[in-house]
Design a protein around this ligand. Structure first.
Ligand SMILES: [Fe+2]
Length: 274
């Protein structure tokens, strides 16, 4: 298994920029080109929400065109910037697992050594996240059904505060209900989120919990300053790879940079130099 996990694309309508100056559509098209050019090809690309910025049909049109150019299956979930009905209408063709009910988008992918559980943590009209009773019941049933097989949850909002002064007020407000499932089900070993536009990792019991960077604009981690900063620090995604018994996740840069070069010990410490 190799999953390329991107997040928070925040597509805008054609010709529109984010905040008037960030060309997210061009940035995301570049990310798609980079992923398509990978020599070690992912089995799927995960996009963990905030696929568009304002929940508008014109934005979903651009998102569908751009993400539809990926050469891999897509595994999608919505975020707080998404509109559930439009998300499903425009993006279900790219991810049939989303089903037909915009109020209950969730699905399991059981093709790998770890079961992948995708859930919708968005709450209409709010930036914070919320897990419905239906979602929690479905998760519990999936975890029962999976038995001892390891499971990973993908959702937009992190289920607990991470010490990020700007983002903590809008985490998944009833995420403790998911943490209770972590306590009950030793098989639940990973929870991967978007939302924070920042690579952040923590752990709750046996479960590693992480938020992954955004594809274009990032949010700096400040513990004390609550003001809503964003920046254009280099974007990256996270690769999730099964390595023997281990699920390994690593950062993959989406910036443009020099290299790579092949290491050569003769140029590392030349004998004629002092
Ligand atoms: Fe976002």
């Amino acid at each position: 298994m190799l999953l390329a996990h991107i997040s928070d694309t925040h597509f805008r309508s054609q010709g529109q920029k984010l905040y008037g100056f960030i060309d997210v559509n061009a940035g995301n098209a570049d990310v798609v080109a980079q992923l398509n050019a990978l020599r070690e090809r992912p089995d799927a690309v995960v996009v963990s929400g905030d696929i568009v910025n304002c929940g508008r049909p014109e934005e979903y049109l651009v998102a569908r065109q751009t993400l539809g150019a990926l050469h891999y299956p897509l595994l999608l979930i919505p975020g707080n910037h998404d509109d559930k009905a439009l998300f499903l209408e425009y993006l279900q063709p790219l991810c049939p697992q989303l089903g037909n009910d915009p109020q209950n988008m969730r699905y399991v992918v059981d093709d790998f050594a770890t079961r992948l559980l995708f859930i919708d943590s968005s709450l209409p009209g709010h930036s914070k996240g919320w897990l419905t009773e239906e979602t929690l019941e479905w998760l519990e049933a999936q975890l029962f059904e999976g038995g001892d097989k390891p499971a990973a949850v993908f959702m937009h909002h992190p289920p607990l505060p991470l010490g990020n002064a700007q983002m903590d007020p809008i985490f998944c407000e009833n995420g403790h209900r998911l943490l209770a499932l972590v306590e009950r089900f030793p098989s639940l070993v990973r929870i991967f989120c978007g939302h924070n536009h920042n690579l952040t990792m923590t752990q709750y019991r046996q479960a590693m919990i992480a938020t992954v960077p955004a594809t274009v604009h990032q949010v700096p981690f400040h513990h004390e300053d609550t003001r809503p900063y964003y920046d254009m620090s280099p974007p990256s995604c996270v690769m999730h790879r099964q390595v023997g018994e281990q699920w390994v996740s690593y950062q993959h840069s989406l910036a443009h940079y020099a290299g790579p070069w092949l290491y050569d010990e003769n140029t590392s410490c030349p004998t004629q130099e002092r």
